[in-house]
Design a protein around this ligand. Structure first.
Ligand SMILES: NC(=O)c1ccc[n+]([C@@H]2O[C@H](COP(=O)([O-])OP(=O)(O)OC[C@H]3O[C@@H](n4cnc5c(N)ncnc54)[C@H](O)[C@@H]3O)[C@@H](O)[C@H]2O)c1
Length: 327
């Protein structure tokens, strides 16, 4: 199939583009490089540097590539904390960018759409692990913006027959030999801890060790980006057969911040000093995905379910790319 990947120069989108190409698909990447890196785009992909705000660029893209079979939409503002400071970047811009994309896509006859959604839809889970029946209570303008886009897709299916899948990911993690996590600012725990092992930070701060968990630190569900990429490819391939779907997507097992830190110490051989800071507002004690639906319906299973293989893959990339893609 010919697939348009928005945000394909970013962390998850670039790895998914590479996996799509390895599976025999043709890939067009659209990315503004607001966060991503041109070097992360697979050389076999057609790369269009453009912003989803630029409607004339979208018109040109769909005129030049009239035969796009599906879209994977990764491009987005992605930071929960930033969304609490600048809500309109999320509540307005994330929505407008998706709406621009959908408008031109449907006009061009695109029939399939995969959305990067988020675990931040579930701020007050009634039970753990969190399945697709959980009540949606977005935890931030970021989560709300993804919910808006899920609703947009609902109406685009009803009105235009677009088939879509919303993949609500938990914590994307790990790297591949050629592509890795390089955000500015970096907010994710594994690269932050590995920056200590690389001598780029003196220590790591753990936000709270008095949560109701076995070691007192927060428990999160870490899913390897290759497993995420495979879930996208499976979801795309199943749309015609199964129709639109919403899947929660994680490993299904949680690891505490302290377990992540200990594993980073083991994998890097570095003592990685830490300090305990106060809790961060809005951090729930435990967030774990129930991924039973996607396992059952699509036969998806993580290839990297254990913390050691996730962190080993991340360390391999960060050790060989201490300054990421070279900033
Ligand atoms: N990283 C995670 O743990 C995680 C968890 C849940 C959901 N998600 C979602 O997955 C997607 C990818 O996340 P990521 O961590 O790879 O982020 P990322 O920032 O590495 O990648 C996003 C890419 O989109 C591009 N982009 C942003 N706005 C754009 C615009 N207006 N026009 C064109 N390109 C634009 C950026 O330049 C970047 O390359 C996002 O939608 C994010 O919300 C990520």
């Amino acid at each position: 199939m010919k697939i348009l990947v928005t945000g394909g120069a970013g962390y998850i989108g670039s790895v998914t583009s590479a996996e799509l190409i390895a599976a025999g698909h043709q890939v067009i990447v659209l990315d503004s490089l607001y966060q991503g890196h041109a070097q992360a785009v697979p050389p076999e992909a057609t790369f269009i540097q453009a912003d989803l705000a630029d409607r004339s660029a979208l018109a040109r893209l769909f005129a030049e590539h009239a035969d796009i079979d599906g879209i994977m939409h990764f491009a987005s503002y992605t930071l929960v904390g930033e969304s609490m400071q600048k809500p309109l970047l999320y509540l307005r811009d994330n929505l407008v960018y998706a709406a621009n994309l959908l408008e031109f896509a449907v006009e061009a006859g695109v029939r399939r759409f995969i959305l990067s959604s988020t675990a931040n839809l579930f701020d007050e889970p009634a039970k753990m692990p969190i399945d697709e029946h959980e009540r949606i209570v977005p935890g931030s303008p970021y989560g709300e913006s993804k919910f808006f886009i899920e609703r947009l897709l609902h109406w685009y299916e009803r009105i235009y027959g677009l088939k879509y899948a919303c993949l609500r990911y938990f914590n994307a993690s790990g790297d591949t030999p050629g592509r890795g996590e390089d955000h500015d600012p970096e907010t994710h725990i594994i690269p932050l801890i590995l920056q200590v092992a690389l001598g780029q930070r003196p220590q790591i701060t753990i936000f709270g060790d008095d949560y109701p968990t076995p070691d007192g630190t927060c428990i999160r569900d870490y899913i390897h980006i290759v497993d995420l990429a495979q879930a996208h490819i499976l979801a795309l391939g199943a749309l015609d057969r199964l129709g639109s779907r919403k899947y929660n997507l994680g490993n299904g097992s949680g690891f505490s911040v302290m377990e992540v830190l200990e594993m980073c110490r083991k994998v890097t051989g570095h003592p990685i000093p830490h300090v305990i800071g106060p809790r961060r507002a809005g951090d729930p004690a435990t967030l774990i995905a129930a991924s039973d639906s996607i396992r059952r319906e699509l036969g998806w299973a993580p290839r990297y379910p254990d913390l050691e293989s996730i962190i080993t893959s991340a360390w391999a990339w960060h050790r060989t790319h201490p300054h990421g893609y070279g900033r």
